[in-house]
Ligand binder design. Structure first.
Ligand code: NAI
Ligand code: 13P
Length: 340
């Protein structure tokens, strides 16, 4: 059915905390936003009660955000389609959306992770499923906790696409005085920074939980950025991206904020709580866990040293004691800071 409304429409798939916060930004910019969600209960809660209590508690959503479980209804007539699913669900959500995404709709994703088995970046997954050139897909990333975006606290992010036109259209759609959007063309670098900083945020939570001090935390962030950049550059990223908003900016906000689910998961792990229990308690996506496995495998594929990722992998998946990991990191062979 053609959309006869003169209002600009955006579709947001799915209605987790980040999808909802970005839907709010678009709604503030006068879009008619229709979110797609799996459950009727959540669609009804958003459309009629204007809340999404599980994902953004105590926040009222404006009436120009509604939700549906019907993909066609969500996507019909949308000039912008935003994918904000967890990385493990992206392919399924994209596949369900594909028949209904408008040919001229700007496609943006906001997901920070890799596809678990294939280790593909999200824009690759979307291009494959939607049958669009990768160059026409955009990613939005940067230091941006949903809990602050929904309060209109000043936030700056980056939209990257190989197509300047797509990046600028997405920038125009999201930008407002509380939400500043820069463009960039380094999709690989932006996607890799956004995914890998979650590993370091998890480790930062562990360091805080273990009370290892500020020196250790600063070292973790700095050496973490070094290993993120090493893998990113090997995968084709521009090294300068890692000192930008999606690199150091997001690393700092995720590793130092109690809003971060990754930081909180690390903090809980520090007292010996098993990973499965931590994830169950969180009840929201903690991308850093699957990303640690993905980065560990990518580091092997590309022949890159990632000592922090390697130690976290041991802790998360091989029951390696935390003190052994600290010893292993502090006892590494002498090296030059610029080498590895
Ligand atoms: N929350 C935040 O502040 C930010 C999150 N992100 C990224 O956004 C992505 C989504 O995260 P959040 O919204 O925070 O997660 P969330 O845990 O708040 O919500 C996840 C949503 O995905 C839905 N979902 C899960 N599996 C699904 C499936 N198979 N099919 C359909 N829907 C499914 C859930 O029902 C829920 O609505 C992640 O990659 C995260 O790293 C990026 C920037 C900020
Ligand atoms: O990416 C984020 C902030 O930029 C959110 O991080 P968490 O998923 O750890 O909450």
């Amino acid at each position: 059915m053609p959309n006869t409304s003169t209002k600009r429409k955006a579709a947001v798939l799915v209605a987790g905390s980040w999808g909802t916060a970005l839907a709010y930004v678009l709604a503030c910019n006068h879009f008619e936003v229709v979110m797609w969600t799996r459950t009727e209960a959540q669609a009804k809660e958003i459309s009629t009660q204007h809340h999404n209590e599980k994902y953004l508690p105590n926040r009222v959503l404006p009436p120009n955000i509604t939700a549906t479980t019907n993909m066609e209804e969500a996507l019909n007539g949308a000039e912008l389609t935003l994918f904000a699913a967890p990385s493990s669900a992206m392919r399924d959500v994209a596949r369900a959306a594909t028949p209904y995404v408008e040919a001229n709709s700007i496609v943006v994703h906001a997901t920070k992770g890799f596809e678990p088995e294939s280790l593909k970046r999200m824009s690759v997954v979307l291009a494959e499923e939607l049958g669009r050139p990768e160059a026409e897909i955009a990613v939005i990333s940067g230091p941006s906790h949903a809990e602050e975006v929904i309060l209109k606290l000043p936030t700056t992010v980056v939209v990257a696409s190989q197509s300047v036109d797509v990046a600028e259209k997405a920038q125009e759609a999201f930008m407002n005085t509380a939400f500043r959007v820069y463009t960039n063309n380094d999709v690989i670098g932006i996607e890799i920074s956004g995914a890998l900083k979650n590993i370091i945020a998890l480790a930062a939570g562990l360091i805080n939980g273990l009370q290892l001090g500020d020196n250790a935390k600063a070292a973790l962030l700095t050496r973490g950025l070094a290993e993120i950049s090493r893998l990113g550059v090997a995968m084709g990223a521009n090294p300068l991206t890692f000192i930008g908003l999606a690199g150091v900016g997001d690393l700092v906000v995720t590793a130092t904020s109690q809003h971060s689910r990754n930081w909180r998961a690390g903090y809980m792990l520090a007292d010996g709580t098993p990973l499965a229990v931590v994830l169950d308690r969180m009840g929201m996506v903690v991308e850093g866990v699957k990303t640690t496995r993905a980065a560990y495998e990518l580091a092997q594929q590309y022949g890159i040293e990632m000592p922090i990722t390697e130690q976290l992998y041991g802790v998360l998946f091989n029951d390696q004691p935390l003190d052994r990991s600290i010893e292993a990191l502090m006892g590494r062979m002498k090296t030059n800071e610029m080498n590895s």
